[in-house]
Write a protein that binds this ligand. Structure first.
Ligand code: COA
Length: 204
């Protein structure tokens, strides 16, 4: 079973491990090797611990937790995130997460999806859509009438956002890890377009 729920402080270590594992696969060949090698699950866990506790500006993190036959190893204790997930604070294994809140730069939209990462073994099973749904519902609940996110222009995930009805709305160049990178923004305005695109399929 895969459940999507709000992150708890005890999930921080698991989220940090998933962050590092997914960055190393997603951005291999995009970000410098030494930057990726230096990523620290412990350091990121500390950052996520603060982010979970800090609910200002409508900020929230949701996790995808696998348990039972869906857990990495079919319910056996999961090892490191590289192989497939990290034990969640209270049962199950964190295999992905989404974070967001009121937009950091409000000129494009009121709400922002800041991060969305899922371990490779758990992709293309509808979990990414469910995480986006959780964040869209949260942003709408805290009063955001539109939503956006930034994605690297050459990240194939941009097609996922297009598939969910996101409209390319801006492009910009920025510096990260010592190199120039291009990113683009996808926009859902009104936010109901994202809620509709991520609505659960009706039971057949
Ligand atoms: C982005 C990500 C979370 C998507 O999660 P996922 O669980 O694999 O996606 P889903 O299974 O929920 O897909 C939902 C729909 O999008 C489609 N989709 C998924 N990835 C797609 C892609 N790369 N291109 C086009 N469509 C895509 C699916 O086919 C599915 O469509 P359908 O339900 O109409 O058949 C996942 O691929 C991921 O973690 N990628 C690497 C990390 C990353 O780049 N994150 C984004 C940083 S901004």
């Amino acid at each position: 079973m895969i459940c999507i729920r709000r992150a708890r402080p005890s999930d921080a270590a698991a989220i940090g491990a998933v962050h590092v594992a997914t960055w190393r696969t997603t951005y291999a060949g995009v970000l410098p090797d030494d930057y990726l090698a230096r990523l620290s699950p412990v350091r990121h866990a500390l950052g996520y611990e603060q982010a979970i506790a800090d609910r200002q500006n409508g900020h929230a993190i949701f996790v995808a937790v696998a348990s039972g036959p869906d857990a990495p190893g079919g319910g056996a204790q999961g090892g490191g995130a590289q192989g497939g997930g990290t034990q969640a604070g209270a049962g199950g294994t964190v295999v992905g997460f989404v974070s967001g809140g009121r937009a950091r730069r409000g000129w494009l939209a009121q709400g922002e999806v800041e991060t969305l990462y899922l371990l490779e073994d758990f992709r293309e099973r509808g979990i990414g859509r469910r995480l986006m749904r959780a964040m869209a519902a949260h942003l709408a609940a805290v009063g955001c009438r539109s939503a956006m996110l930034w994605v690297l222009s050459d990240n194939p995930t941009r097609w996922f956002y297009r598939h969910l009805g996101g409209r390319p709305a801006a492009e910009e160049r920025f510096r990260f890890a010592g190199q120039a990178m291009d990113q683009m923004a996808f926009l859902w305005d009104p936010i109901e377009t994202l809620l509709a695109a991520t609505a659960p399929a009706p039971e057949s």
